[in-house]
Design a protein around this ligand. Structure first.
Ligand SMILES: Cc1cc2nc3c(=O)[nH]c(=O)nc-3n(C[C@H](O)[C@H](O)[C@H](O)COP(=O)(O)OP(=O)(O)OC[C@H]3O[C@@H](n4cnc5c(N)ncnc54)[C@H](O)[C@@H]3O)c2cc1C
Length: 423
């Protein structure tokens, strides 16, 4: 199997393919860093990712529950430090707004229907009582709608570096995965059905199966199939450059922080979203510091070469201004963020991921043989890593997967995702 893209999803696919006895070549344009973690250019960059079950779509809840069990299997196989740092996760905010992360009422309804336990915090006082980091008077929208909250007690912060270390280690242990560094410039399907991939240094790779996990660089690879990401005004694929920072706890503060995600409370735009992590201390540099980010950006584009990967001071300023309003004094040193970073989302036109076989034309249910694709992760793919690696291998090798029924939202043939390559 040839896998193009060695981010978290491609690496997971490599592991699953090798476990099934396939010989795998994992090709990435960037070398694996000495740490064995993600490279600094793709969407897997960084230290922490949120793991949550709180989804309004029941199919998605089933998928994340499967992924959760698979993360634990991976941990058990190697022992040592866990991948998931489990902790309470708070979704809170305006119960009436619908964002691309869902709507709080719908999420509660979905948990109720599936019989998944959660704690309900019915008003600002209840939220501030459980989490005294917040100012109760800030827990409402600018026009006065009081916040509500949902707590998932088994949320988790995914340790990104550890996840890579574990999956890479297990893949290496099979003895069947080799890695190659090169920019894939051409992909061809031979009459035999075999795939031939060529890189910019002239190297050619042959295999029976092909999996593509290209992150923000999807354009060049889709072009090989006569496809392009949808670019219709108002419904176009785009890259979002996101900014984040780590904030030290205020001196002497040992107050409890949940993993948290806030649904809109700025004066300028009700859809603005902020989220953060406790000080999970995955590295010495971040010990005692909390990662906090805005889930929106002022910087969108379609050419990955336009990415500066420089954090946007305006966004860091937004985060600071918001935290000053939201938090009790004395819990966080808001004035001294460190380790500011930028990382890229690959946003689909409808905000959902794309996972499936590769269609021969946009919105057509005919597919290239023995090939599968994951792209447009839209800022939410990491938690699914072990499951999506398996699904991609299922689809490339057999054309189907046992998880198909729950994956239809992510279809590669849904309307408005791909268009024909013009010119
Ligand atoms: C700031 C931020 C916060 C996020 N938060 C969360 C979260 O809390 N929870 C969650 O579940 N998810 C989250 N995500 C999303 C998650 O991190 C991504 O969905 C995931 O990392 C995508 O992995 P990937 O393997 O698809 O892509 P990438 O990691 O981008 O890997 C793609 C790889 O393909 C390679 N490549 C591309 N084209 C070629 C080519 N032509 N030739 C050779 N190599 C090529 C690239 O070099 C790259 O290494 C977040 C993302 C960001 C940026």
């Amino acid at each position: 199997m040839l896998i193009v893209g060695g981010g978290t999803i491609g690496l997971s696919a490599a592991y699953h393919a090798a476990r099934r006895g396939l010989k795998v070549t994992l090709i990435d344009r960037f070398p694996v860093p000495p740490t064995g973690g993600p490279n600094d250019f793709g969407s897997s960059r960084g230290l922490e990712r949120m793991f949550r079950i709180l989804y309004s779509q029941q199919e998605r809840v089933r998928l994340v529950e499967t992924a959760y069990a698979m993360w634990h299997e991976l941990e058990q196989q190697v022992g040592g430090a866990p991948i998931l740092a489990e902790q309470d996760l708070l979704f809170f905010g305006n119960p009436d707004i619908s964002t691309f992360e869902g709507n709080i009422h719908d999420i509660a309804a979905s948990m109720d229907q599936l019989g998944i336990p959660y704690d309900s915090l019915e008003d600002p006082a209840a939220i501030a009582k459980r989490y005294p980091i917040f100012r109760p008077e800030a827990l409402r929208t600018p026009d006065g709608v009081p916040y509500v909250g949902l707590v998932q007690n088994n949320g988790a912060t995914i340790n990104v570096q550890r996840a890579f270390q574990v999956v890479r280690g297990l893949a290496d242990r099979t003895g069947r995965v080799s890695t190659a560094v090169g920019l894939v410039t051409s992909i061809a399907c031979e009459l035999s059905g075999d795939w031939v991939v060529t890189t910019d240094d002239g190297a050619r790779y042959h295999a029976s199966y092909l999996v593509l996990c290209p992150g923000v660089w999807l354009g060049g690879l889709l072009a090989q199939f006569g496809l392009a990401p949808a670019s219709k005004a108002g419904a176009a694929w785009s890259i979002w450059q996101m900014s984040l920072a780590y904030f030290p706890r205020a001196a002497g503060s040992s107050v409890h922080w949940p993993i948290w995600y806030e649904f809109g409370n700025t004066k300028t735009d009700a859809d603005r979203l902020f989220y953060g992590f406790p000080d999970v201390g995955f590295t010495p540099d971040t010990t005692g510091r909390l990662k906090i980010s805005a889930d929106y950006t002022y910087s969108t584009f379609t050419d990955p070469a336009a990415a500066t990967r420089v954090p946007d001071p305006r966004l860091i300023g937004d985060i600071q201004a918001h935290l000053r309003e939201l938090l009790q004094p004395g819990v966080l040193d808001i004035d001294h963020p460190t380790l500011e970073q930028a990382c890229l989302y690959s946003m689909s036109p409808d905000g959902d991921m794309v996972l499936g076989r590769i269609p021969v034309a946009p919105e057509v249910e005919q597919f290239w043989p023995n090939a599968a694709l994951f792209c447009m992760a839209s800022g939410r793919g990491f938690k699914y890593t072990p499951l999506f690696g398996r699904v991609l291998v299922d689809l490339a090798t057999t054309g189907k997967t046992a998880y198909q029924a729950d994956l239809s939202d992510f279809s590669t043939t849904r309307a408005g995702i791909f268009q024909r390559l013009s010119g």
